[in-house]
Structure formats: C-alpha cells, structure tokens
Design a protein around this ligand. Structure first.
Ligand code: PLP
Length: 475
C-alpha cells in the first residue's frame, strides 16, 4: 500500500469510525445471524494475489458488520457494559502504527515509562497508596494469574526451578467466595494447583464472602496437612457486584500469613469517586489488586491494571534474562519483561493516558456516579412493580432482578419465563440484557457502563421488559 493510498483509506476510516461512534443505534445490539453464517460467507483460502483495501473494506461492511455485537451501543446493558471512547480509539490507532514492543526499556523507553506514569495516575485516582507498583495486562484473568503466581512463589520458594511435580509437597489452597470469578479456577489450572485447589467459601445472604467460613476452611485445611496459600476477595462480583468484607478478610490473611489478592476488575474504577470509597475499605491492605479500565473507565478493550505491593516477589517469580536480552542499562531502568508474564508487550498505556487526559478525572467521576444513579433508578422501578422483584443489592451499576408473578409456579417455570423475557427483549435489537444465576435462580442483569447510556435507554429497557412480560402472560 503506497503512502497516498494509506492516507486516503485512513481518512475514509476516520469518517466511518466517527459516524459509528457517534451513533451505533441503527445497528441491532445483538446481530441477527446464525452460527456459521460469517464463516460461510468467507473464502476458505487466503488470496494468492493482492487485493485492494477497498475490497477488504467492502467485505468488512457486507459480511462482518452484520455479525458484530455492538458493545458500543448505548442499549448494551449486558455483562459489564464497556466503552470504546474516541480518545482511546485514537490512541489505539497510534499504538498500532507505532508498533512498540516494550519488553525492555530500550525497546521502547516511552512505552515503558508511560506505563509507569499512567498506572501511578490511576493508583492515585482510586486512592491506593504509592507502595503499589503496576503492570498492564490485557485482561483480569492474566492479572489474577500473575497474582497467584506471586503467591505461589511466596508459598513454595523453589517453585520456579523445581516446579510442583515429582516431589513431596502438600496441596496448595486458594480461597475465594462461591461468587468469585472463574478466572481464579483458570489460574489454578495453569499454576498446577488444579480446580480442586480452589476452595470456594460460602457467601452470606448478600453474596459476600463470610470471613468466619474462611477462617474455618483455612483451619480445616491446615489440620489436613494442606498449605493455604492465598485468598481472592472480590469488590464487585461478576453476578451481583457484591462486595466481600475486604478489611476482615485482610485480617484473616495477616493472621494466617496468606497472600491477599483483591479482584476489583469491574468495580475498581468506581473508587475514583471519593464518595464511593466505603466498599473499598481495606483493599489497601492487599498484596495485589486488579482493576480493569477496559470495563468501567471508558478505555477500549483491552487493558487490565495489575497492582502489587511486592515487586520483589514478581521478579523472584518470573524474571528471566537470556543473553540476547541483556542491556547495559539493566541496573538503571525498569525492564517490563522482568515483572510480567509475557515477553512482548504492546503500547496499551497510550490509550489509558489519552482517556485520563481527554476526559479529566472530574468528567470520569461524573460518568461513573451517573451510571450508578441510573442503575438505582432502574432498581426503584423494579421495586415498585409487583410483578418484578430485585434479587440483590445495587452497590454499583448493575441490577439483578426477575419477573415473578407470584402465582406459585415452580422455580424452573419461573426461570423459563425469565429466559423468554430476556430473549424477547434482546430480539428487539434496541437493548441487550444478560443473565446469571443467584442461589440457583435465573436472574436478569441490567448493567449500565457505556459512556453514552442515558436515562432514556434504561427507561426503554424497562418499557420493553414490561411489554414483553405482559405479552408472555406474567403481568
Ligand atoms: N473478575 C471479575 C470480577 C469479572 O467480572 C471478570 C469479568 O467479567 C473478570 C475477573 C475477568 O475479566 P477479563 O475478561 O478481563 O479476564
């Protein structure tokens, strides 16, 4: 592609993207296609001869766009809603062009030092002490994997050389609540602890980890000759956004000598609002914390901030310097490969930097506080309607609820009704809600998180829910 063609395509793309970001509502939030449609519309082999970008773009619009789920749609109210904010998108364009690979300071001094600066900015915005050092990853799953690799290093100092197999070691245990994210199980699989190494401690009526049950589980495991290693407390669980009592859990960890990792992947961004800090009490006592700016800080996917107060342990666990990566300034700089899982790393800090600067903390705080008040208003509509009920508290911007005509129908029928309701509402293409299970019951989830979601979108979701409920015979 010659420079002139690149320039022309880049200008055209800029227009397409600007229109898309300004108003993605002409598209249905969920695509109306069937499994395999996209694959079938594309050739099985790569082209032998060069094709012009116009043809690639034409197929992008014709084949791929109809197969997109529009996470940028203000009616996207499922899972945790996210935002490809324009400053973040511009930074991603630059990052792609610059193609920085910041494994070593010298392979990208700017990406290395900007990562430090932006993580320090975020750390101060959320009110964490400067003792926490950061690493940027793609996702919270990797941040949590890294946290537990560090915890394993402390529990079994010889693990990096000797591994866990072929020698006599007690079973290592990680504790979290029955509401904690599956990434903890996945990390346990990858670290050789196995899913059975994860003890899921019962949560209370509000879906919060019970510290008494945690202490009892740790004591029971010690009696059995096992080795407790780490606890993962969650601030903002995936299903209901419940908040574990971190301060009390930290006290258990201190008494028992356990690594405390706090999973604030979703809710951590809310700590930029000082008035919303109470649920975070005690997280400053953690050994490590994960916050995902790609979830609720308007940073395009993907960017997960992993903080750890023990960079010495991160190095002890993973630093490796082969001869071809030695540099003369090794002692004077931070080489990001020393404190990270992967060697190559892209310039993710650029988009977080752009977002933090182009919005400013005040606007970001307003957006998050606004989302929480929208969720609370939606919860008040649910509470006031006798045919619906709320299934969990609303500490942040997610509401768990269901239709319940209270006509004595058994649980599975109630679940089926709510599933039909969700599919009916999602089929309109105007909004998208997802679901979870709380104590076995199917719960609908409305998650406010996109920067452009306004009261009218949440109100429209409520109107569609009520209409569908009436049609399905529950109201
Ligand atoms: N932790 C929590 C509490 C989550 O809700 C999620 C995803 O929703 C994750 C971890 C995993 O996030 P990621 O997709 O960044 O790996």
């Amino acid at each position: 592609m010659d420079p002139g063609a690149f320039r022309a395509h880049a200008h055209a793309l800029a227009d397409w993207i600007a229109n898309y970001l300004q108003d993605p509502t002409p598209y249905p939030v969920l695509p109306r296609i069937s499994p395999g449609d996209i694959r079938a519309a594309l050739p099985a082999e790569a082209p032998e001869d060069a094709e012009p970008f116009d043809r690639v773009f034409a197929d992008f619009e014709r084949v791929l766009v109809p197969g997109l789920t529009h996470w940028n749609h203000p009616g996207f109210l499922g899972y945790f809603a996210i935002t490809a904010s324009p400053p973040g998108v511009l930074a991603e364009f630059l990052a792609a062009a610059l193609n920085q690979q910041a494994m070593l300071w010298r392979t990208s001094p700017a990406a290395t030092e900007l990562e430090e600066v932006t993580l320090a900015w975020l750390r101060r915005l959320v009110g964490l002490p400067d003792v926490f050092d950061g690493v940027i990853y793609d996702t919270a799953s990797i941040s949590t994997l890294h946290a537990l690799a560090a915890a394993r290093q402390v529990a079994v100092p010889g693990v990096r050389t000797q591994g866990l197999t072929g020698r006599d070691l007690p079973r290592l245990r990680v504790y979290c609540s029955d509401q904690a994210h599956s990434s903890i199980d996945k990390a346990a699989i990858m670290l050789g602890l196995g899913i059975e190494g994860v003890r899921r401690v019962p949560s209370d009526d509000g879906f919060r980890l019970r510290p008494d049950a945690l202490s009892a589980a740790v004591a029971a495991d010690r009696r059995n000759g096992e080795q407790p290693m780490a606890v993962v407390a969650t601030i903002g669980t995936t299903s209901s956004t419940s908040v574990d009592p971190v301060k009390q859990i930290a006290a258990v960890c201190k008494a028992e000598g356990l690594w405390l990792h706090v999973d604030a992947a979703y809710a951590g961004s809310a700590a930029i609002v000082p008035a919303l800090r109470p649920p975070f009490t005690g997280w400053e006592l953690a050994d490590s914390i994960v916050i995902n700016p790609h979830k609720w800080l308007f940073t395009p996917f993907d960017l997960s901030a992993f903080y750890c107060r023990r960079p010495d342990v991160l190095r002890a666990a993973l630093a490796l310097v082969p001869a071809y990566l030695e540099t003369p300034e090794d002692d004077a700089v931070r080489n990001l490969m020393d404190t990270g899982i992967q060697l190559g790393r892209r310039f993710r800090a650029l988009k977080l930097w752009a977002v933090l600067r182009c919005y400013g903390a005040a606007r970001l705080r307003d957006a998050i506080a606004g989302h929480i008040s929208l969720a609370r208003e939606f919860a008040s509509w649910v509470d006031a309607d006798p045919f619906f009920e709320r299934l969990a508290e609303v500490p942040f911007s997610v509401v768990c609820f269901r239709a319940n005509p209270k006509d004595g129908r058994p649980g599975p029928e109630l679940d089926a009704l709510n599933e039909r309701l969700m599919h009916a509402v999602n089929a309109t293409g105007e909004v998208f809600l997802s679901h979870t299970r709380l104590r076995g019951a199917l719960a609908l989830r409305l998650a406010v998180g996109h920067l452009h979601t306004e009261r009218r979108h949440v109100a429209r979701a409520w109107a569609l829910l009520r209409d569908a409920a009436a049609r399905l015979g529950s109201v």
